[in-house]
Design a protein around this ligand. Structure first.
Ligand SMILES: Nc1ncnc2c1ncn2[C@@H]1O[C@H](COP(=O)(O)OP(=O)(O)OP(=O)(O)O)[C@@H](O)[C@H]1O
Length: 255
């Protein structure tokens, strides 16, 4: 059982407070969606949860240990983080790009151990990248690169996976497939945290929702308790209609 807990997170950028006293907890086997308007603080919260950005105040603990006290290689072996719109900086082949997600597990010298070669093939298959495995990453479309980056994030079998807007740039089939894979990772016991704008997708895959507005916690809890007309209407400052069928919410904005 893994638990990543954030307590009283406050963060300033220049003179502006972009997160103010935010609490959240992410657990094994659960997928938490972080939602909210542009600029609400979702990416900032995710980078802080990943231990990559130090907040001005508050605590971040991974299984009761302060995240700052965990050595970087150890942290990298248990949590993976994928930022919004990742870029390929050099023409590494897709297969190798995915294998880079294993660097914290590998011996310094020698070939890839068998277990991890299988993990790379599995991640390529999972994100529909087999046909692209030899393509330089700099020659992928935005959506193809997003899939390759997702494969790199999950190949090391992280216990905590933090992903910022994974469906941005993906066509409907691959967005659906990426969401299904994130859900499957949570079902396999990973604590999955995903910033998402697509609320129908949130309703389909999330157990819990953390809703941020102007850097504050607007609402949090089980998805069905947060995805309601009053909560979403106040979150986005616009009329919203939520229809429920078969346990899923369909969310429509506007009059
Ligand atoms: N590098 C930075 N320097 C200064 N301000 C920043 C920086 N990055 C983000 N901000 C500001 O911090 C606030 C929170 O930004 P953040 O990216 O966390 O929001 P977000 O909820 O992820 O937004 P979006 O939905 O647009 O991705 C915003 O007001 C943003 O303008």
């Amino acid at each position: 059982m893994t638990r990543l807990a954030l307590g009283g997170i406050t963060h300033r950028r220049g003179a502006r407070t972009v997160l103010a006293g935010v609490d959240a907890a992410f657990e094994s086997g659960r997928l938490t969606a972080v939602i909210g308007p542009n600029g609400a603080g979702k990416s900032t919260l995710l980078a802080i949860a990943a231990g990559l950005l130090r907040p001005d105040a508050g605590t971040i603990t991974l299984d009761e240990r302060a995240i700052r006290a965990i050595p970087p290689r150890e942290l990298a072996a248990v949590r993976a983080y994928l930022p919004q719109s990742p870029r390929a900086e050099w023409p590494v082949r897709v297969e190798r790009l995915v294998a880079l997600g294993l660097s914290q597990h590998l011996p310094v010298f020698g070939p890839l151990p068998g277990r991890w070669r299988l993990a790379v093939s599995g991640a390529l298959a999972r994100f529909d990248l087999i046909a692209l495995r030899d393509r330089p990453a700099t020659r992928l479309s935005g959506g193809e690169l997003a899939r390759a980056m997702l494969a790199r994030a999950v190949v090391g079998e992280p216990r905590v996976l933090i992903v910022d807007e994974p469906s941005a740039g993906l066509d409907p089939r691959h967005a659906h497939e990426a969401a299904r894979q994130l859900r499957a990772l949570a079902d396999d016991g990973c604590a999955v945290v995903v910033a998402l704008h697509d609320l129908d997708l949130v309703s389909r895959i999330a157990d819990d929702v953390v809703a941020l507005k102007d850097g504050r916690l607007h609402a949090s809890g089980p998805a069905e308790a947060v995805l309601t007309e009053p909560t979403l209407g106040a979150l986005y400052d616009m009329p919203v209609r939520v229809d429920r069928a078969g346990g899923r919410a369909s969310v429509r904005f506007g009059d």
